[in-house]
Design a binder for this molecule. Structure first.
Ligand code: ATP
Length: 451
């Protein structure tokens, strides 16, 4: 993991947040190539789950949201992690993480704070920082970020930064029904930032205070659609997105079903797609059948009717929902981990060309030969009008290759003296390092066919 995070910083994928002021824990900034990769992942997700489907519509709801939304959803009371502090060195940790990291194969999902306390004291679990075993009692703390709105006085001024994008779909359910032509079954999808006041053990952007989610609420009538079939269909869509579109190695992925204690009381079935990160198999994408719990909570909370009339039976009912929810930043980290390759003389990222920040880089063989530089600049400008392409004339060719390898650029194009004679260039493949001559007139087509 250290080598991957070092590369991510060195080459401008991820920087620590607020770094010149000493950093702000669990926040990160995405540099030039990181911003491209993140955007490519986001665009692919939106394209596959919204633009290419006729049963899903998009939404961009507000991040700052009414306190009543989070009361109705259960987040103000139940959205909490159990934390524990080391009395000796003051290290603060999530109690479940402390136990899971200290005891092999201990699943503590769904246990009460007292049960967690008992496990920590019975096993005399040591602090990973100072080695002492002197912990405070386990206590719960809420993950929502409150904000105070300046224009309103008193309690009324309290709002929250959203802790998940999903509530936006439920509170806009009626708006969408009334303003579009959707019919059950249909989904509402949203991509956007969520905020959680988490304690995290590091691991780069795996768990941060501010992160981007891609969530879909897929509404259906349980009398007309079989939820088990829908659930299986969603598992297939998620799997094919990750393995075929993003191009992740299947051996590093697994589905894990939540047990009775771990699953929320309203969910009939929850499964996580997990990726084998360098720090172990961890949740990437959650898939949950949530029944009609969310809409019924918002009906109660808002006093507004959210039921749909079935045109055949004239019956009024709340639809049920299946929710696929993924973290875009976790996909980003998975892509870096899955693509990272170390060879004797080089490090490279074998990123799917579709997602790579740059599709190609153009080099003049020598930077002090104007005829080569002019020709390379012309080729670069022509490609750049359609593709994300880099230009580099610094240092020797070997160094330029190494740089592009580390940011995952699939093709490097060199303009040499032969180019001036026969209008062809050398194209070097990132993965095989093989070079081939390609006519300039064919170059754009050559690249487009391979990305
Ligand atoms: P975890 O158990 O890892 O805390 P969760 O079950 O609370 O996650 P959900 O509420 O289901 O997560 O959120 C859906 C997705 O959002 C997760 O699968 C994950 O990819 C992403 N996610 C959740 N919390 C964070 C975070 N703090 N930083 C980055 N991504 C996150």
């Amino acid at each position: 993991m250290q080598n991957i995070t070092a590369l991510a910083k060195r080459r401008g994928f991820i920087y620590p947040g607020s770094e010149i002021y000493g950093g702000l824990a669990n926040t990160y900034d995405y540099g030039p190539v990181g911003a491209e990769l993140l955007r490519n992942i986001r665009n692919l997700w939106w394209e596959v789950f919204v633009q290419r489907r006729d049963d899903i519509v998009g939404l961009e709801a507000s991040i700052i949201s009414h306190q009543e939304i989070w009361k109705a959803s259960g987040h103000t009371s139940g959205f909490a992690d159990a934390q524990v502090d080391c009395k000796n060195c003051k290290l603060r940790m999530r109690a479940d993480h402390l136990i899971e990291e200290s005891l092999d194969d201990k699943n503590v999902e769904g246990l009460t704070t007292d049960e967690l306390d008992d496990i920590i004291s019975e096993n005399k679990i040591k602090c990973p920082n100072c080695g002492k075993s002197d912990w405070t009692k386990v206590r719960k703390f809420n993950l929502l970020f409150p904000v105070n709105l300046g224009i309103i006085e008193g309690d009324q001024s309290l709002a929250y930064l959203r802790g998940e994008t999903a509530q936006g779909m439920f509170v806009n359910f009626k708006n969408i029904l009334e303003s579009t032509r959707v019919k059950l079954p249909f989904g509402i999808a949203q991509l956007g930032k969520s905020f959680r006041n988490e304690i995290t053990p590091g691991n780069s952007v795996f768990r941060t205070l501010e992160f981007e989610q891609g969530e879909i609420e897929y509404f259906f009538d349980p009398n007309e659609s079989n939820w088990e079939e829908l659930f299986e269909a969603w598992k297939k869509s998620i799997w094919s997105f990750i393995t075929e579109k993003i191009g992740i190695n299947k051996d590093n992925l697994r589905w894990r079903e939540h047990g009775e204690k771990e699953r929320s009381f309203y969910s009939k079935k929850t499964e996580d797609l997990e990726y084998n990160f360098p720090f172990g198999f961890k949740e990437l994408w959650g898939l949950a059948y949530r029944t009609d719990y969310d809409l019924s909570q918002h009906e109660k909370g808002s006093g507004k009717e959210l039921k749909i009339i079935n045109s055949q039976t004239n019956e009024k009912k709340l639809p049920h929902v299946i929710e696929p929810a993924v973290g875009i930043n976790r996909i980003f980290l998975m892509v870096l981990c899955d693509a990272y390759r170390e060879e004797e003389n080089r490090v490279y990222l074998q990123i799917n060309p579709k997602l790579a920040p740059f599709k190609a880089a153009v080099f003049p063989l020598l930077s002090n030969k104007p005829e080569l530089v002019d020709k390379a600049t012309k080729i670069y400008k022509d490609l750049r009008s359609d593709l994300m392409v880099a230009f580099d004339d610094r240092g020797n060719i070997g160094k330029r290759y190494l740089y592009q390898d580390e940011i995952g650029t699939p093709f490097c194009i060199t303009v040499d003296f032969d180019t001036l004679q026969n209008d062809s260039v050398t194209v070097r493949d990132r993965d095989t390092m093989k070079q081939e001559r390609v006519k300039i007139s064919e170059l754009k087509k050559f690249l487009i066919e391979r990305i």
